[in-house]
Design a protein around this ligand. Structure first.
Ligand SMILES: Nc1nc2c(ncn2[C@@H]2O[C@H](COP(=O)(O)OP(=O)(O)O)[C@@H](O)[C@H]2O)c(=O)[nH]1
Ligand SMILES: [Mg+2]
Length: 367
């Protein structure tokens, strides 16, 4: 039996991993390949899983901790995808605050499942606004020095780095960023792409197709700093049923909830890593996002749905305590519902700060 190409794409929260994976999945399907996707989160009810499934992809989810701490769940999830239809390619998206993935995922897969998987070079995506602030040493980079440490470790273990969102930058800005990355990781291949428009994706596909000595950048990493950096983030996944007497625009509601959260979190001085909401009703789905304090809430996928009832899944990763994050989310939903004369009933709300990562395996030397 031929091996399954295993492609993992890393990068900080909101870098564009899910958007890139969806575009790659479509590209591989157009080549006639069967594709499976594995998502990962600290808690269940992940917007990305709903989003990728609603686009028709075969998606398995590893929930409750990152791939490195749930290595067996990752391989079991791939086996479940196989039971349905054996994929030729598996695209895996790790948690955006996670690093040390070469030692804890890539190397164990190669060593323990070398027959089954053919592992692609490990790419890490970079969000320009966030990357520029951290790489230029801006003391107001928003997140703490420990979060900046995680970000830099993510770059350090990459086989190649992708500057995403080039649709928003001019050539000079992209060159400047590439210079900063090169200073941080001299000689590492740097790609320039837009997951939104598809620019640069031919080169990305070509890079991912390469065979060679990849997945070998094992980090020298301080797990105390890493754990403390992750624990500074409040993490919330919630599911709300919204019911109104009159029809409302699902897209406007999603943008309203994310916009209200943006305003209240900014007023409280809490830095947002990523806010995301998906609205689902009867086959319709729309998504609103916020990826940094500098940008407004945006509708990244329109549902064009008018309805009296909808399910909304909210994922928020913000540098504040879980309790305070929960209050912000409940208040934003209540205010958005009031504006529509609607009722919002929370069916599930999980709020946490990530625990210390304890990997299932950690390879300190390359196989
Ligand atoms: N303008 C632009 N937006 C993008 C691009 N890639 C992703 N986004 C948007 O950035 C937000 C975060 O993307 P997502 O794929 O969810 O990031 P993830 O957290 O790394 O999985 C979403 O609103 C996307 O629509 C891009 O290349 N250009
Ligand atoms: Mg994602």
């Amino acid at each position: 039996m031929s091996s399954i190409r295993f492609i993992m794409l890393g990068g900080f929260l909101g870098a564009g991993k899910t958007t890139t994976i969806a575009r790659l999945a479509r590209t591989y399907q157009e080549q006639g390949l069967r594709v499976g996707v594995v998502t990962n989160d600290q808690a269940a009810n992940l917007v990305d899983t709903h989003l990728l499934r609603s686009q028709g992809f075969d998606v398995g989810e590893v929930a409750g901790a990152c791939f490195c701490c749930k290595f067996n769940d990752l391989t079991d999830t791939i086996s479940r995808l196989e039971a349905d239809q054996r994929p030729d390619v598996v695209l895996a998206e790790p948690v955006g605050s996670c690093t040390d993935l070469v030692a804890t995922v890539m190397q164990p897969i190669m060593a323990l499942y070398g027959e089954k998987f053919d592992v692609a070079p490990y790419g890490v995506l970079l969000k320009p606004s966030h990357g520029r602030r951290i790489l230029s040493g801006d003391p107001k980079a928003g997140f703490s020095p420990k979060a900046a440490y995680i970000f830099k470790k993510q770059l350090e273990e990459a086989d190649f780095i992708v500057i995403n969102r080039i649709d928003e930058l001019d050539g000079e800005e992209v060159d400047e960023l590439a210079g900063m990355i090169d200073a941080e990781r001299p000689g590492v291949p740097i790609l320039r792409a837009s997951a939104r428009t598809g620019e640069g994706f031919d080169a990305l596909v070509e890079t991912l197709d390469q065979r060679g000595a990849f997945g070998k950048n094992i980090l020298d990493i301080d797990y105390d700093i890493y754990a403390e950096g992750e624990a500074e983030l409040g993490w919330l996944n919630a599911n709300v049923r919204i019911t109104a007497a009159e029809q409302f625009s699902l897209d406007d509601l999603l943008v309203d909830i994310i916009g209200r959260l943006r305003t209240s979190l900014a007023a409280a001085g809490a830095e947002t890593a990523h806010l995301k909401a998906i609205g689902l009703w009867e086959g319709y789905h729309g998504v609103a996002n916020l990826v940094s304090r500098d940008a407004p809430a945006e509708l990244s996928l329109a549902s064009d749905c008018r309805t009296k009832i909808a399910d909304v899944v909210i994922n928020a990763r913000v540098a504040t305590s879980p309790d305070s994050l929960q209050r912000h989310v409940e208040d934003a939903v209540a205010a958005a519902c009031d504006a529509l004369n609607a009722e919002g009933e929370f069916q599930n709300i999980q709020c946490l700060s990530p625990g210390r990562p304890t990997p299932t395996h950690r390879y300190s030397a390359t196989s």
